[in-house]
Design a protein around this ligand. Sequence first.
Ligand code: CP3
Length: 354
Amino acid sequence: MNNTFLKACRGEKTGYTPVWLMRQAGRYLPQYKKVRAKVDFLTLCKTPELAAEVTIQPVDILKVDAAILFSDILIPTETMGMKLEFSESKGPILYEPIRDEASIDKLRDLKPDEDLPFVLETIKILLKKLKVPLIGFSGAPFTLATYMIEGGSTKNFLNTKKMMYQSPVLFSKLMEKMTDTVIRYLQLQINAGVHAVQIFDSWAGTLSPYDFEKFALPHVKKIISVLKNSKYKNRNQELKNIPIIYFAFNSSGMLKLVKQSGADVFGIDWRIEISDAVDMLGSDNAVQGNLDPCILFGRKGLIKERVEHILNGAKSAKGHIFNLGHGILPETPVDNAIAMVDYVHELSSKKGEH
Ligand code: CP3
């Protein structure tokens, strides 16, 4: 297996900088759209053969150094008893959003082995077929809670913040329940054999640093500490210490707090120079990022220039995994995504990067 990605996560020397793209399986690929034309999105997530097929597509097409399990952060909310739908126009919808204690009490505890057999099965197929590491993932408790409280996507997170500020005990009850869910969900994926995990905190940046530290960070800390101290079945010594990536989007103003999560790798968005992010995080961790996804709409020369700038900026980090600063956009020209991956490989191996 090509383990360049895992080495970079651990801060070990690699011959070139590994690269993958957040949301690399998806609608910008005609091959994904072909599979997706046959089934709706949730069915795709729950059909192991198809989920495995679309997980592998970007590895073959883009030549990225890691695969990410095809699923969605909201799948466990459905398992916990909420009605989940993905609408073409509105994105995810969670019916009967959580606004009171009774609706929190109604949420079922996740029993991963029984509740999510399709996740296990997809991982099993992928481990047989992949020649690059497989990344498992979960949403972070705060990000999951925003969807559950708002009932879907939102602009100003008012219902979430109302609960936080008006009923902190209730909010904390929901966060504790979600923390438990995330722990069980990631343990399931690790036991099944994923090589690394990423925790997506897409909406952490909607909080002030004060509130992030008070309401969100303690739960992420707990998840990482429990995962690091758990015993896993079927894993040899080398695989036991699996890298944990924490991606708190839009959090460049509070990276010192983000670091306290205890993750091995920190995802960085494009709103900060990656060299400044490394200065703030210190040089004992790896970083992942941080190209603006919209750069992929520019001409190839521009893409190459920006790739080089990021590679140079990340030199002082203990390890660097090249990525976008957020998910690839559905309208992205595939050619440019392929070119970007090539530039990362070419420019970093020439320089003997990391
Ligand atoms: O390739 C991969 O990255 C693996 C699969 C993956 C998906 N979603 C597939 C998906 C992953 C890791 C996610 C994470 C996810 N899902 C996040 C965190 C990352 C981020 O972008 O901040 C969030 C917030 C979600 C919730 C979600 N899922 C939204 C808001 C939407 C609708 C908007 C959109 O992009 O369509 C989804 C749907 C979704 N998840 C699609 C895919 C491929 C599109 C569904 C389709 O095919 O119609």
